[in-house]
Design a protein around this ligand. Structure first.
Ligand SMILES: Cc1ncc(COP(=O)(O)O)c(C=O)c1O
Length: 399
């Protein structure tokens, strides 16, 4: 038998898989993971373990024998709880038939992309953006078409005319992450209406990632505390798919449970994709998710308040520096800041790990417009955020 070298093996897998660059977030994590004393602000998660009542519900279900194959669309009681949850915060009424449980928000993205994009199809997406949208698009041989966001006067904005210009005959969807990862920027109701109208006119889908909807620091008037949503301006039976997750609100990043909201007519197609990908999400974990959604509001509120005060702290600290520029964001829990003269954000991220023992994510990995910036997840307990900021400010003063 011939001996195949590692290069020969890699060069014989699909071209689209060979070509995809590593996520710079992972490059940073791989460089610094497990270092003694390192303060990790590189991925999108807070400091809290999942609350006990959620773990207890999952653990009870596990010990009660909920260890068999389960509903491909998710447990009916969890889908009903999601409908009730949505009725509380967004204009409904929502039926459980619109909700599908997935392996994290990430698998919700995969399912949505598999529903929408064939080879060479285009998906329009504002950039800088979280790499976990364009990466899987390219890996399935679809093409992300980036709409550059404008950064002027320390404010991010979306140029709707540029977005319109990006829509062409191959466009299948417009993807919007709002509140944005990595920018914290939040689309206004007017932005959402304009995007909805563009999508309607072009007959394309909207892929709405509203994972950070509850982490919103803008004015909500007398309405529920959350960011403006496509649910405010779109009909339930038009072409909109929503991505969401239990990861952020209920500190369940390691569980890998999320959900997708879509017109009920897509149910059989979504069920097929889930069947042929993961064959469903473990029932006992869904019981944990059910406890989260039914009894987790105090925890969510506590985290949002913490995020708000962390955000202010970061703005005060970074605001002291002349060589750093940023917008104090209205949503999510990231600070995306530019360092004057920086042209290699991955190199800087690795140096900050080595020299300041703080883990950040490199702006360049977030696509066009991101180089020169660094992203910090600021949802942290106050003491470790203070310590991280001290270390980082010291490093940045000498950068
Ligand atoms: C914008 C956005 N969408 C989706 C997700 C996916 O979340 P999950 O951890 O549940 O896969 C994340 C996670 O960071 C995110 O930032």
């Amino acid at each position: 038998m011939t001996t195949l070298t590692p290069d020969m093996l890699v060069s014989s897998i699909r071209q689209s898989q060979q070509n995809e660059p590593d996520s710079g977030i992972l490059s940073a994590v791989n460089h610094g993971f497990g270092r003694k004393g390192l303060i990790p602000l590189w991925t999108g998660e807070g400091p809290f373990k999942t609350p006990e009542f959620i773990c207890e519900a999952a653990s009870k279900a596990l010990f009660d024998g909920e260890t068999f194959y389960t509903w491909q669309r998710g447990l009916p009681e969890l889908r009903e709880a999601l409908a009730r949850y949505h009725n509380q915060f967004w204009p409904g009424p929502f039926s459980s038939e619109r909700f599908f449980i997935t392996g994290g928000g990430m698998q919700a993205i995969q399912v949505a992309l598999q529903l929408l994009a064939d080879k060479d199809d285009e998906i329009v997406i504002p950039s800088p953006t979280w790499p976990n949208f364009p990466g899987p698009m390219r890996m399935m041989e679809a093409r992300p078409v980036f709409v550059p966001m404008l950064y002027e006067g320390q404010k991010w904005s979306l140029d709707l005319d540029r977005m319109r210009d990006c829509i062409g005959p191959k466009t299948r969807a417009i993807c919007l992450i709002s509140p944005s990862n990595p920018l914290g920027w939040v689309a206004s109701r007017e932005d959402l209406i304009a995007i909805r109208d563009m999508a309607r006119e072009a007959g394309v889908w909207i892929l709405a990632d509203e994972v950070y909807a509850r982490f919103y620091y803008g004015d909500c008037g007398s309405g529920p505390a959350r960011s403006p949503s496509f649910m405010d301006v779109c009909d339930q039976d038009e072409r909109v798919i929503y991505i969401n997750t239990f990861s952020k609100n209920w500190a369940m990043t390691g569980w890998r449970v999320g959900w997708l909201q879509a017109p009920a007519a897509l149910g059989p197609a979504i069920e097929r994709i889930i069947q042929y990908n993961t064959s469903g999400t473990a029932a006992f974990m869904q019981k944990g998710a059910l406890a989260a959604i039914e009894n987790g509001e105090d925890f969510v509120a506590m985290q949002i308040e913490m995020a708000r005060s962390c955000r202010d702290k970061v703005a005060d600290a970074l605001g002291q520096l002349n060589n750093v520029s940023f917008e104090n964001p209205d949503g999510a829990f990231y600070s995306f800041f530019r360092i004057e003269g920086l042209s290699d954000s991955l190199g800087a991220t690795l140096r900050i790990i080595d020299e300041a023992n703080v883990g950040l994510a490199p702006g360049g990995t977030f696509g066009p417009g991101g180089e020169g910036f660094l992203r910090m997840c600021y949802l942290r307990d106050p003491d470790s955020l203070d310590e991280a900021l001290d270390r980082l400010i010291g490093w940045l003063r000498n950068a």
